[in-house]
Design a protein around this ligand. Sequence first.
Ligand code: ATP
Length: 425
Amino acid sequence: MFIGIDDTDSADGMCTTYLGAVLAGKLKESGARIRRAYLIRLNPTVPYKTRGNAAVCIEADGCADEIFAITCALIEQYAVLGDEKTNPGVVITGKRGPAEWYKRCLTGYVTIDEVYSVIQREGMIFRGWKNCRGLIGACAAVSAVLADCTYELIAYRQEERFGNPRNVTASSVFSAEAATYPATWDSVDHENQVVVCVPHTPDPVLFGIRGESPFSVARATGLIACEPTGMRQIWCTNQGTDAHLIIQKPGQPLTEGSSYLLPGTVNSYPKSGRGGHVTFSLLLAVYPQERKEESITCIAFEPTRGFRNIIRSLHPGDRILVAGSFLKETINLEKIALVLPAPAVRTEAPVCPACNKQMTSAGTGKGYKCRRCRYRTRDPVIKEEKRQITPGWYEVPPIARRHLARPLIRGSPSVPGEFLSSETS
Ligand code: ATP
């Protein structure tokens, strides 16, 4: 059976994955068999999330009523019920829920009324606390079918250490990644020289190692020097898979709060704005057959650091693909591909053929004139510039990566053929 849990933590402590790991341990003690533990990330733009919008699902064999009683008791014991934003939900079901529900929770916004009708239709056992919003994620976690998956080994802290500064030797994390990359990734950020896998929030997680298989994450963990750990749990997860991205069809309107992979043409020189964010305008081919077009703003936020230099090197006319969330009429960039660079040319005043002197502008739209002999011409000299960026994919660094975003080391997004055809620009 599948046990889904969500919305048990608060910004001041706890973590739903911790509760999931405690549950897996308790179920084992009670004689149940654990088949798999899933960490399912949902729409990264939902306003109710505490941090990374995660829900968990434990797949186990055992008595449903007994498992339900154990799970509810753990929620009562561990969930931060005093926090007004903590609204836990638990569902238990003998078969996976509807994949369509998972997809909607991953790519859009849903309501509490809607989850009740799914739960009732599917005959799931459930319990919600307070406004019961956690039922949404709990039901999505038991409905998730992962076309692609990765693994994360989360090492939790011993309870008596909760709230104290974490003790993890940074150099050992760099070595662990060096020894296991590319089978593990995003433990560290080389460009910014920081450890990424150790949180700074007051929750029970000591570190989380992400990778391609349970073996690679376990191997990297064995190389990390740190304080004595409590539980460890390997989660099968949709992290690092781009599962949140909708491949935008031309003509399909963009929905606020959804995340997209879409083609377009750079429509303005990128500008650095207040706070270090970099923006540019992207021309979308809305109805290519009718040659109708629409522009949206794309933004690379300051925390994306060096990625902003990639964005700054774009030119008007560049054909690109962008991936990111659509919020407030703006795409928040996670990665881009330069598909077809615009020819980079600059115009210069020509040299006078009679005097061999550089000519000067004769006024806007009037060409050039020679100050000496008054010779005139309309034609500038066209010089080709070397571009700072070459065709290919570019992504934000690990410190700015969304949990769901697929690192390019796992392969670049598969792009529909029509995204690369001339029809899209
Ligand atoms: P944690 O660190 O425990 O994972 P979190 O960042 O996952 O915290 P939650 O405390 O779980 O955040 O809050 C997210 C809330 O949003 C949950 O109640 C979940 O059921 C709900 N939710 C998740 N996805 C959607 C969605 N697509 N539409 C509406 N509500 C959603």
